[in-house]
Structure formats: structure tokens, C-alpha cells
Design a protein around this ligand. Structure first.
Ligand code: HEC
Length: 131
């Protein structure tokens, strides 16, 4: 539910083409970054949505429900993860994640509709369960 001004800022930021490919190695790395930093709000495949996803307004997009953000270019998700989204629960991960990790997470959320089995397994493995 990005606003027009947010879209304009992303376009103006001229985010470069992804410096890493959406290959298995980077998607596996992205799955690790995602599980540790994003899943708490954005959810995991075949899991009930996180309770807090619903308590934020706007709600945190469920990345594994429907198409998630797989219809957005990875550049857009990279920008949002790096800068956060003002006036929402979406934090900025600049300084928390390296640029490579940001791109790996961005490639992962852009590829949720076409993940290799190894990456699906990695996402399912040992994730944090609610106590
Ligand atoms: C504390 C909760 C929280 C965490 C952790 C979090 N997000 Fe978000 N995120 C949100 C919320 C809330 C929104 C919805 C903002 C909106 O709709 O404008 C959002 C929106 C997004 C969007 C845009 C979704 C859309 O529908 O356009 C992307 C992409 C995104 N987050 C990626 C990430 C990534 C990658 C990570 C981990 C590195 C992450 N987020 C971690 C809460 C979170």
C-alpha cells in the first residue's frame, strides 16, 4: 500500500539494478536474513500469520500469502528494506544489515512465487515458534 509520494521517492532514488542474482546461493542467504529479521512481521510459508502482522496499521504484508511482493521488482523491496516506510511499522535496516544482505532479502521476497525447494526447506527449518 505504498503511497504515491513513496513511489516517487523510490523512482527518484534511482536504485541500481540488483548487484546480485536471484540464484540458489543468494536466495538461501536471503532466506536466513529473512527468517532472522523479517519473518516476525511478514510471516513464513505454511505458517499462521504472525499475531503482530495484524496489529500494525497499515498491516505488515504477508510475503507468503497470495503473491506477496513477488510482483514488485527487487529494487523496490531493497529500497523499502533499506530505508523503511515512514509512518508504518516497517523499520529501516540500513546499518543493521549489510548491503549484500539487503539485496539477498529483496531477491527472496521478489521470488516467493518461484523458490527452489532447497530455499523452501531452509525457510521451514528451525524457525522461531511462538511460545
Ligand atoms: C516490525 C515489523 C516489521 C519487520 C521486522 C519488517 N517489516 Fe517490512 N513491513 C512492515 C509493515 C507494517 C509494512 C507495511 C507498510 C505499508 O503497507 O506501507 C512493511 C512493508 C514492507 C514491504 C512493502 C510491502 C508491500 O506490500 O509493498 C517490503 C518489501 C518489506 N516490508 C520488506 C521487509 C524486509 C525485507 C524485512 C526484513 C529485512 C522487513 N520488511 C522487516 C513491518 C515490518
Amino acid at each position: 500500500m505504498a503511497s504515491r509520494s513513496l513511489d516517487a521517492r523510490i523512482v527518484n532514488a534511482k536504485v541500481p539494478a540488483p548487484p546480485i542474482q536471484a540464484n540458489e546461493e543468494n536466495l538461501l542467504a536471503g532466506a536466513k536474513v529473512y527468517k532472522e529479521n523479517c519473518a516476525v512481521c511478514h510471516g513464513l510459508p505454511d505458517q499462521p500469520p504472525p499475531a503482530i502482522a495484524d496489529s500494525m496499521y497499515p498491516n505488515a504484508t504477508l510475503m507468503f500469502k497470495g503473491k506477496g511482493v513477488s510482483d514488485d521488482p527487487p529494487q523496490e523491496s531493497y529500497w523499502k528494506a533499506a530505508n523503511g516506510i515512514r509512518l508504518t511499522g516497517m523499520p529501516s535496516f540500513k546499518g543493521i544489515l549489510t548491503d549484500t544482505q539487503l539485496w539477498q532479502a529483496a531477491q527472496l521476497v521478489a521470488s516467493t512465487d518461484k523458490l527452489p525447494d532447497s530455499v523452501k526447506k531452509a525457510l521451514a527449518l528451525n524457525h522461531r515458534r511462538p511460545r
